[in-house]
Design a protein around this ligand. Sequence first.
Ligand code: MG
Length: 319
Amino acid sequence: MADRFEDVTKSRSRSRRKDVIIVEVSPRDGLQNEKEIVPVELKEKFIRKLMESGVDEIEVGSFVSPKVVPQMKDTDELFLRIEKNGIRVKFSALVPNLRGFERVMNLPADKRPEKIAVFTAASETFNRRNIGMTIEESLRVFKDVIMEAKRNRFEVRAYISTAFWCPFEGKIPPVRVIKICEELFSLGADEISIADTIGRASPSDTRELLSDIAKSFDVSKIAMHFHATYGMAITDAFVSYEEFGVRRFDSSAGGLGGCPFAPGARGNIATEDLVFAFESSGIKTGVDIKKIIDAVSCLQIHPRSSISQIEKIIMYDAS
Ligand code: MG
């Protein structure tokens, strides 16, 4: 399988320069959408391999109620198990409320994530269905989580899902996203991940929203989170990178994930696809594609949500 990727892999080893930050979201955003429960030992192995791949950040899990998302029930144990062993990688975790934050603080200090993530949406209907709160209510809850997180010196990432399109409300006006960004930054968020939850953002939708965002905020604090559902994610990532200087991208190994609460929201952009596109264009990611593929295979599940192009090529080569 190596041959097709040799040039890209070699170029990686030649340089330590990185042009983009890859935030690997598969252990949380990927696995939460998978019905097959992955045992904690395999998650640990998966994360270890992702760490070795060279990604900059890994979203390890979610301190959500196990009743709501059973796949995330062992996040506490996972944090206790994983060892960095000198690898330079940042861990984050989704923390929906103060109850979740308590769980973070119950971990030994050296086992906690460096970054806490909170989650809201630009669509009222989606937010109500996803987390059972209005946008306003969710911001009130986050205010406390963000305050506690900052007080305890965590970095804070905030997600705005359905930032382009909502499965229930259709196209979301950019002004709404800008307003939520303003509130999240003023609450103390260090970075905001703008998510195209259903993968409907066209390059021109991306251009429209990002030109407004770039006028109002420091783009280095913005991450883009694209989904490959309609095949536009790579193009959207390039529009973000080349036209607006975005340097932070969320992606998911194997294209795992989507959103269990959004109809049709399959397919996070696959890390291997994004890395391949960037590296082939001379944009350094520092990520080893083969290690990403290897990480996914150790999960031993049959992903229902994966949309990875590179994986298809490998399967074809192997057959
Ligand atoms: Mg996603």
